[in-house]
Design a protein around this ligand. Structure first.
Ligand code: SF4
Length: 442
């Protein structure tokens, strides 16, 4: 009987995609997927350290696995992967003794099957945190979890060193994938029925093809746009300071590029942005938003925001609220600041905004965002939109969900056979996080 694996993923799309890659590697080595830790021979926990809470989740989960071993005698090989593994290394073994068998860094995932086999034989912890610069990944191995959308990495790592961010320390310096590899992977995704491709990188719009001098992110988008079978192209995330008129013109010209830009701002206050080392100001960001609105009036914007960054005053926070109101984001990921190990903010700045004040600010920001999102979604009521159906609702078997090109989630009744199709839908009601509609009859 084939041995079984379970992968549990915390964190961002990049982690979700790394898990798809690790699943493919384990299947290539003869393992089969299971949804239950109690029958898994290997449990991989793919971790995120961008927020403190994700780290706590890892230690809680390791504690549960230790209990499983004690109570039921089931003791799978446990591998910890991802950013926490890279960051904590041996500390993980000390904080959770006797649980983790493999600790594998973000650049070593191709070595997972080999490390799992060795750990199964020796039952001694193995650690591989080496920085392998090679960004190649074999074609056809990734075990994609979504039948409609395919993640494709274009850049790994980041050189930006924003003062709050742990990514340059956990994922290493910026490395570009060859354009030929990316195009081959997009073609393969199209051949396996995927209609949408989501390009991943810490700063996607910093892309420069190592195998095609002169080909930047816009050139890559143009090449992907030519691939038959792919109807929608998304990407996350561009950095505001690398958004160029040439890129915006391509977005306006190429219909497969979704009408959605995730444009992380992090704060609405210029002094806070300076302390964050974001390399743009409130004014230049708003100017960029104005240019985007002029060139791409139908594009929806979303963002990331941090409140309670060291030194953030009431006036700085008010700037965040007014910027949020001015831009009118369709969605926002917002967080209370927490110091991340090794970062400049952790080493040089005093985490001086009291926790209850951070909470007050996040509550106020999220209330404003909910109000604005509700108003933007309400504008869709009565309109017809094209929805790429990507999932059956977990609540009812007659309800489907999908997204508009602007990334609004639309729920609609229909058969599972519509998954993977673009369905013209009339929006009938709206909430803050999604809208509801029915298929337009032709
Ligand atoms: Fe982190 Fe800044 Fe790089 Fe984004 S651009 S990954 S926030 S360092």
């Amino acid at each position: 009987m084939a041995r079984k694996y379970l992968i549990e993923t915390f964190g961002c799309q990049m982690n979700v995609h790394d898990s798809e890659r690790m699943a493919g590697l384990l299947e290539q080595a003869g393992f089969e997927a299971t949804a239950h830790a109690t029958e898994a021979d290997v449990v991989v926990i793919n971790t995120c350290s961008v927020r403190e809470r994700a780290e706590e989740k890892l230690y809680t989960r390791l504690g549960e696995l230790r209990q499983l071993a004690a109570e039921q005698g089931h003791d799978p090989i446990v591998a910890v992967a991802g950013c926490v593994a890279q960051q904590e290394g041996e500390t993980l073994l000390r904080r959770s003794p006797g649980v983790a068998d493999v600790i594998i860094g973000t650049q070593a995932i191709r070595r997972l099957p080999m490390l799992v086999e060795r750990a199964a034989t020796t039952r001694r912890p193995l650690i591989d945190l080496a920085l392998y610069d090679d960004v190649a990944f074999p074609l056809g191995v990734t075990r994609r979890g979504d039948p409609v959308k395919a993640y494709v990495t274009i850049i790994e790592g980041c050189n930006e060193f924003c003062s709050f961010c742990v990514v340059p320390y956990t994922r290493g310096h910026e490395r570009m994938r060859p354009k030929a590899d990316i195009l081959a992977e997009v073609r393969e995704a199209a051949e396996t029925g995927h209609r949408e491709v989501q390009l991943l990188g810490q700063i996607v719009n910093h892309y420069a093809a190592p195998d095609d001098p002169g080909c930047d992110f816009t050139g890559l988008l143009e090449a992907i746009h030519e691939i038959a079978g792919i109807d929608r192209i998304r990407f996350a995330s561009p950095h505001p300071r690398h958004v160029t008129p040439r890129f915006l013109a391509a977005m306006a010209r190429l219909p497969k590029i979704c009408r959605h830009l995730h444009l992380p701002v992090q704060s609405g206050s210029t002094p806070v942005l300076r302390a964050m080392r974001r390399r743009y100001t409130r004014e230049s960001y708003l100017e960029l938003v104005g240019t985007i609105r002029a060139m791409l009036p139908d594009v929806a914007l979303s963002t990331d925001m941090i409140v309670g960054f060291p030194g953030e005053t009431d006036a700085d926070f008010d700037d965040t609220l007014t910027l949020t109101r001015t831009v009118g984001y369709h969605s926002m990921f917002s967080f209370k600041y927490s110091a991340r190990p090794n970062t400049l903010a952790d080493q040089r700045l005093d985490d001086d905004v009291p926790e209850d004040e951070k909470t007050r600010r996040i509550v106020a920001l999220q209330a404003l965002q909910r109000e604005m999102q509700s108003a933007l979604n309400a504008r869709l009521v009565g309109q017809e939109v094209d929805v790429l159906v990507d999932a059956a609702s977990r609540r009812r078997d007659t309800e489907l969900s999908g997204r508009t090109s602007t990334n609004v989630v639309v729920n609609l009744p229909g058969p599972p056979a519509w998954i993977g199709q673009v369905v013209r839908t009339r929006v009938e009601r709206a909430g803050p996080h999604s809208v509801w509609g029915t298929k337009v009859s032709v």
